[in-house]
Design a protein around this ligand. Structure first.
Ligand SMILES: [Zn+2]
Length: 349
């Protein structure tokens, strides 16, 4: 019965090792305390399906001509976002009402004109040097064969989510609740041609990357994929636990407290063939050891087609997903201690 005795030994080793790790994880989970629940609930209410719809019907309209990098439609989209922040009275970190981080054509592929990332900023009240970046890409595919590629889901949905999140934080500030850490709202250009806007940002960051504590990146959150046709109450989260278990469990605790939405980690699997972890702007932050969460609804029949239009967005669902991201951002900007990457986490080392 040799085989059996080796198996028993393995089982014994397994049971010795397992509790230690699970205890550490439990201690880590217990160390996460949610803050300001009443305020999160209160300002979350300013995020509405109506306003998301209003913004998206504008942003994904003919006027913006599919927002192709460097083209007039993309410039209109950039100016639209700038006007939005000027009206909300949210500053740019660059000063002088300059909301554009210019990217010259020499940095971009041949035949692509100069472009710009659009950014705005809320300065933290207690730890202004620590920055949470909330991002979505403003560009899309332009016009082909006379068809405007509206990109309502990709990534109009992420853009309007950020617009509503910024408005919610501003409402809180006007009542005296400025976030403890700073928030950078980033609208990247040139994602569709290889994540060039975010690549440019991490090479020329406005705030030092070592104090950029997390990137919440939103790319397509207004639709439902086939996998969830029967139950649309979901969002895919990708990357949450890759660099920071603390971020993963914080995100889960926020969901447990404020939302009944199902968190689907299918595409977070290391071996997943789609490799979405490396396919949107957050990946340029992850490369620098900055923990990320990528919020995503999965692909659908209109993905990268001119039929990705605003009438196909589920605005109630978009509202729900946006509220979850707002609550997560609030927690990360206001909790006592910045979220740690695993190698710096006292519970895991
Ligand atoms: Zn996209």
């Amino acid at each position: 019965m040799k085989f059996f005795s080796i198996l028993s030994l393995l089982t014994l080793v397994g049971t010795c090792a397992t509790p230690e790790y699970t205890t550490r994880i439990e201690n880590l989970k217990d160390s996460i305390t949610l803050v300001d629940s009443a305020l999160v609930e209160k300002y979350s209410k300013t995020i509405t399906a109506e306003e998301l719809s209003e913004h998206l019907y504008k942003f994904a309209s003919d006027e913006f001509e599919g927002r192709k990098v460097g083209e007039p439609g993309q410039k209109k989209a950039a100016n639209f976002l700038k006007s939005y922040y000027v009206n909300l009275d949210i500053d740019s970190p660059l000063g002088n009402k300059n909301y554009f981080q210019g990217i010259s054509s020499t940095y971009l592929p041949e035949d692509v004109s100069a472009s710009e990332n659009v950014l705005s900023y809320i300065k933290g009240s207690e730890k202004p040097e620590e920055v949470v970046i909330i991002s979505a890409h403003l560009d899309h595919l332009g016009i082909e064969d006379g068809n405007v590629y509206y990109g309502a889901d990709d990534d109009g949905s992420g853009i309007v989510a950020i617009m509503e999140i910024a408005e919610a934080f501003k409402a809180a500030i006007l009542d005296g609740h400025t976030p403890k850490r700073s928030i950078l709202f980033m609208h990247f250009t040139a994602e569709e041609i290889g994540k060039r806007g975010s690549e440019f940002y991490v090479k020329q960051p406005v705030f030092p990357l070592e104090n950029t504590i997390v990137n919440l990146n939103i790319d397509m959150i207004g639709r439902v994929d086939d996998r969830h046709a029967q139950n649309k109450n979901y969002i895919y989260l990708i990357g949450t636990d890759r660099l920071s278990k603390e971020l993963h469990y914080t995100s889960e605790k926020v969901r447990d407290a404020y939302s009944d939405i199902e968190l689907d980690y299918k595409y977070n699997a290391l071996e997943d063939v789609n490799q979405y972890y490396s396919r949107s702007d957050h990946y340029n932050f992850a490369k620098y050891d900055i923990p990320v969460i990528f919020y995503f609804n999965g692909e659908h029949d209109d993905y990268h087609k001119h039929t990705d239009t605003p009438d196909k967005i589920d605005y109630e669902l978009l509202e729900k997903r946006t509220k979850l991201i707002f609550a997560t951002a609030w927690q990360l900007t206001n909790q006592e201690k910045r979220v740690d990457i695993d190698e710096n986490n006292i519970f895991l080392n």
